[in-house]
Design a protein around this ligand. Structure first.
Ligand code: HEM
Length: 152
């Protein structure tokens, strides 16, 4: 007598799961080919590599950020960021890192932490003379990632 409702329930559950996958994953490196000229303004891959060296130094100098990065694999993070930003800016690169949710899970990152990191990235970009407009093109692509990075 309960056969039909159970089957119906199973079917509906499955259908819902298919329509709305639990916490759909964002693309960690959404490529935008129209931003290729912006990559040039960053100085290509060489410019991004130099930028990440400066960025990591600034992060480690910042008491708000140091606790997150001092014991992390800084070399790997810098390399993954170069790949990620290169792909986002339409470059001929491949992002080989993890998705943003798993990379940051368990770090207890707040919105204030996220904003502080963006502030430090802006300082690094300013110091390297990246034009303001180019900076903002990249930041606009990074901003939505807070949904997967901020957990607190
Ligand atoms: C838009 C902002 C951010 C981007 C694009 C970003 C990107 C990345 C990438 C590409 C990695 C390396 C993933 C891998 O190892 O495969 C990473 C790791 C990491 N990120 Fe972020 N991140 C952002 C924000 C933050 C914030 C706000 C914090 C902390 C305040 C943070 C702390 C870390 C740490 C500690 C790791 C290393 C984790 C580990 O090795 O297990 N990130 N991030």
């Amino acid at each position: 007598m309960f056969r039909l409702p159970t089957k119906l329930g199973l079917f509906l559950g499955l259908a819902l799961a298919l329509v709305q996958p639990a916490q759909a994953q964002m693309d960690p490196a959404p490529a935008d080919p129209t931003l290729r000229p912006v990559l040039d303004e960053f100085g290509g891959v060489a410019g991004l590599t130099a930028l990440m060296d400066d960025f990591m130094t600034i992060l480690l100098d910042d008491p708000r950020m140091r606790p997150f990065f001092e014991n992390a694999d800084q070399v790997r993070i810098k390399r993954q960021l170069v790949e990620q930003f290169c792909v986002i800016l339409g470059g001929d690169c491949t992002y080989s890192g993890r998705d943003m949710r798993s990379s940051h899970a368990g770090l207890g990152i707040t919105r204030a932490d996220f904003n502080a990191l963006v502030e430090d990235l802006q300082i690094a970009m300013d110091r390297r003379g990246i034009p303001f407009r180019a900076q903002n093109k990249l930041l606009a692509k990074l901003a939505p990632m807070h949904r997967e990075i901020v957990t607190e």
